[in-house]
Design a binder for this molecule. Sequence first.
Ligand code: TRP
Length: 331
Amino acid sequence: MKEIVVSGIRSTGNLHLGNYYGALRNFISMQDEYNCYFFIADYHSLTTHPDPTQLNPNVKSILAEYLAAGLDPEKSSIYIQSDVPEVCELFTLLNMHAYVGELERTVSFKEKIRKQPENVNAGLLTYPVLMAADILQHKANLVPVGKDQLQHLEMTRKYARRFNTIYGVELFPEPDAYKFKGEPIKIPGLDGSGKMGKSEGNCIYLNDEDKVLSKKVMRAVTDQGPTEMNQQKPDVIENLFTLMKVVSTSDTYNHFDELYNKCEIRYGDMKKQLAADILKVTAPIRDRYQDIIKDSDYLNKVAKLGAEKARESSAKTLKEVREVMGFRSFK
Ligand code: TRP
């Protein structure tokens, strides 16, 4: 049987190039190999963004973006977390074996206390338990997560183990972190910072219009240009080349690399080429997104299909969990 993969998608913020070359492209290729559940973590988003006017448009736009980029509702179960209420039941049950002390020691919780001292809600504290419920409801074997989520996954493993031990069963597998194949591709920022990220405010979004995107690239930080043949590139210039290596052909990359080494490079030309090559990647996704976001019927259909598949899997697990924990009809 195919291994089961579960991953939650943060429901705030648009997708940028860093997301695309990070998780997204891997998600797309995992669909053929595994039984995948991808869901938009809208309950989780309420721990930090409890705004009813934003929730629906955010979720809609994230769903449309993932579909535009290539998640396939026929291959995977793509759903919205809050469409599968079974997860709340499992969350409640798992909470009975999650200790406040260990939750308070979670790095993400301590960070959130610092960041939003005016809203230290219980959802923040129990965030890892809900995440465990997301994963365990499908008896997942593999969870593709970034470094910042590894502690949460470790807690999921602990809750699975604890449940199995307490009730003397082998109900939940302990899910492993899924490592993406090949070298991780890190997309640099074009403002001289090492990384493209939302909090860095330096993102090239998959949705950016041609003009916006070109402007961002043309504004990229550079220097006065090389003064010696074959000199080492300073970080800001290396960043441009790193990005070019990802989006352009190797001929293009080598062409500008040679010009740099001969001290003949004109950054303006390089940036123009870079912008054009980024657009080759993003424009088709953006165009599909524009079509999909207008088609609420289609989006509702996808969400419904995903929820049906996820609920079936979740309900099956919950039936076993309830039985094991002693919820039974009277005899
Ligand atoms: N916490 C994850 C994040 O911020 C999102 C998430 C929620 C998740 N539930 C999950 C990821 C279950 C993997 C599995 O990125």
